[in-house]
Design a protein around this ligand. Structure first.
Ligand code: OGA
Ligand code: MN
Length: 299
């Protein structure tokens, strides 16, 4: 199976042409897309027309779907589709239909504040503003490769605690307290250098800047390392920006990329629907006791 594909930038991303994602995909096409995803870290499909059911069906080719965080109004974002998250600034009857508003969304890897963050996200543009609201992506394999060797050696065996008290638009999440002490605040701990389980390549994983803390270090030393990592991670040579068109679908890998979004006029409308893929944790091997061996021979 060969896809019609073109790189979007030297750094990362590829566009796949001549494919209608509203139609069922053959296993061969789905695995060709998955292979391209590992190779390019971000895939763009343009001019798509998908219902939520079709978006979910397309997403499920690449793994089990992760439940997105539910909205402030304590209901699913899209009735009947618990897997779909709405990213939007639109307010209907006084209630936001989605999250992240119209402000800038700062650099992050999705839900790094979870113990097991989603491995990938699929974002589908239904309405886009005439100006602003573009999304930038950065290649975190390249970010790691370009670290000075001394810094790389220093962080290779260190981990960061990731804070989820605020979202990437800077708003305090429902039920969270503002962080007053990065050392004692809750949050999952992830290694700074991680090996992508599918590509075998190492990537820098720094998640999000606010309240990041390098475990075990005094705060000033942690701040110095975190600031240095952030000042070096983002570079025009390994970023790529998408000016959205209606019908765009972007499929990104949270293990080796981060993204941010430009602000836009809150009076214009931006509506995106998103799914996210759950990490499949390795299953412990089943121990073969004599009983199990007999059972397995019985079939
Ligand atoms: C997201 C996100 C930014 C955007 O959906 O995870 O960060 O451009 N979106 O909407
Ligand atoms: Mn995001």
């Amino acid at each position: 199976m060969s896809l019609s594909i073109r790189k979007l930038s030297p750094a990362l991303g590829a566009e796949i042409f001549d494919i209608d994602l509203s139609q069922p995909l053959s296993d061969i096409t789905a695995s060709a897309i998955e292979k391209a995803w590992y190779e390019h870290s971000i895939l763009l499909f343009r001019n798509q027309h998908l219902s939520d059911a079709e978006l979910v069906a397309f997403s499920k080719h690449f793994g089990e779907l992760d439940a997105p965080p539910i909205g402030t109004s304590n209901r699913y974002w899209v009735e009947g589709f618990p897997e779909v998250l709405v990213v939007s600034n639109v307010i209907e009857n006084g209630v936001p239909i989605g999250n992240l508003g119209a402000k800038e969304v700062t650099w992050h890897s999705d839900m790094s504040y979870e113990e097991v963050p989603p491995i990938g996200s699929i974002l589908y543009a239904l309405e886009v503003p005439p100006v602003g609201g573009s999304t930038e992506f950065v290649n975190m394999y390249a970010a790691l490769e370009h670290l000075p060797s001394e810094l790389r050696r220093k962080v290779e065996h260190l981990s960061i605690k990731h804070d989820g008290s605020v979202n990437a638009a800077g708003d305090l999440r429902l039920g969270k307290q503002p962080v007053t002490d990065v050392v004692t605040c809750p949050g999952p701990i992830h290694p700074i250098v991680r090996t992508h389980p599918k590509t075998g390549r190492q990537a820098l994983y720094i998640g999000r800047r606010p309240n990041a803390y390098v475990c075990g270090l005094p705060v000033p030393e942690s701040e110095e390392i975190v600031n240095e990592l952030w000042s070096r991670a983002i570079h025009p040579d390994w970023t790529w920006r998408l000016d959205w068109q209606v019908g765009d679908i972007v499929f990104w890998d949270n293990r080796c990329t981060m993204h941010r979004r430009d602000p836009f006029d809150p009076n214009s409308r931006r509506v995106m629907h998103r799914t996210q893929l759950k990490e499949k944790l390795p299953q412990p091997p089943i121990e073969l006791t004599p009983d199990r061996v007999l059972e397995s021979q019985a079939v």
